[in-house]
Design a protein around this ligand. Structure first.
Ligand SMILES: Nc1ncnc2c1ncn2[C@@H]1O[C@H](COP(=O)(O)OP(=O)(O)OP(=O)(O)O)[C@@H](O)[C@H]1O
Ligand SMILES: [Mg+2]
Length: 242
């Protein structure tokens, strides 16, 4: 197995508030891991630390064995084309159409011409099943559609790793299914993922491995099967109450 991301003994405080107290785990090429944990344990902060939106206090984060926790903004700019973060709320630009929202990273990071951009965007809109929505504005979309557009924008540069922050939160069951379909398609294309979620059934369907973040450390790290069959009282309580 090829390690593409290594989080090594990461510490992070906000003032007196300790969030990460020695967090360590690896992500292997092609796998999707589920990062679970009670609210406020630092799952989103961890995703943001990976792409340098938060500075860690101690430890290391490696991408293909190179440190990425101490990069300059210019270097981070490049890393964020390889490791992409999909925000919980989609974070779409309200005054831009679906097409413009999805195309934005291509204008920002590539020198493709308009025809090439159109082809790429339409290809991704097909994957998320929203070809017909290209000219709509975010305010015309349901919450589920907005999330899918956010996912499309997060993958338009063909990243190697996608960080999903609660992609199914607040969605009705049919929209959850649509988002799962999108994540499955991305996975089939070889994109590795970290899925932060409270939605355990979805994590079990998508993930190869499950991690639980609690009290500042990774408390459980096992295959999805090991997670489901665990006799560990902490995992069992967690499964019951999440
Ligand atoms: N910029 C910040 N300044 C101060 N404290 C922060 C900041 N960002 C996050 N925190 C704190 O860090 C802790 C972890 O936050 P985080 O958002 O990562 O939790 P989470 O595990 O994603 O929770 P949820 O499941 O509710 O999304 C929380 O106590 C939060 O209040
Ligand atoms: Mg969060």
């Amino acid at each position: 197995m090829q390690k593409i991301l290594e989080v090594k003994n990461v510490f992070k405080n906000f003032g007196f508030k300790k969030v990460h107290n020695g967090v360590s785990f690896d992500l292997n090429l092609g796998e999707t891991i589920g990062l679970l944990g009670p609210s406020g344990t630092g799952k989103s902060v961890l995703l943001r630390s990976i792409i340098g939106l938060e500075e860690i206090d101690d430890g290391e984060i490696l991408y293909h064995h190179q440190r990425i926790d101490n990069l300059t903004e210019v270097e981070l700019y490049k890393i964020r084309t390889r490791i992409s973060y999909s925000f919980q709320n989609g974070a779409l630009f309200d005054s831009d159409s679906v097409f413009e929202n999805v195309a934005y990273p291509l204008f920002e990071h590539t020198k493709l011409n308009e025809l090439e951009i159109e082809q790429k965007v339409m290809n991704v809109l097909r994957i998320i099943n929203l070809e017909g929505a290209k000219d709509l504005m975010p305010s015309d979309l349901s919450g589920g559609m907005q999330k899918r557009v956010g996912l499309a924008r997060a993958m338009i540069l063909n990243p190697e790793i996608l960080l999903y922050d609660e992609p199914t939160a607040g969605l009705d069951p049919s929209n959850v299914e649509l988002v799962i379909d999108v994540m499955k398609k991305f996975k089939e294309q070889g994109i590795s993922g970290i899925l932060v979620t409270h939605d355990i059934p979805t994590a079990l369907r998508i993930c190869d491995r499950i991690l639980i973040l609690k009290d500042g450390v990774i408390n459980f790290n096992g295959t999805t099967e090991e997670f489901e069959n665990s006799n560990d009282s902490f995992v069992k309580t967690f499964l019951k109450y999440e």
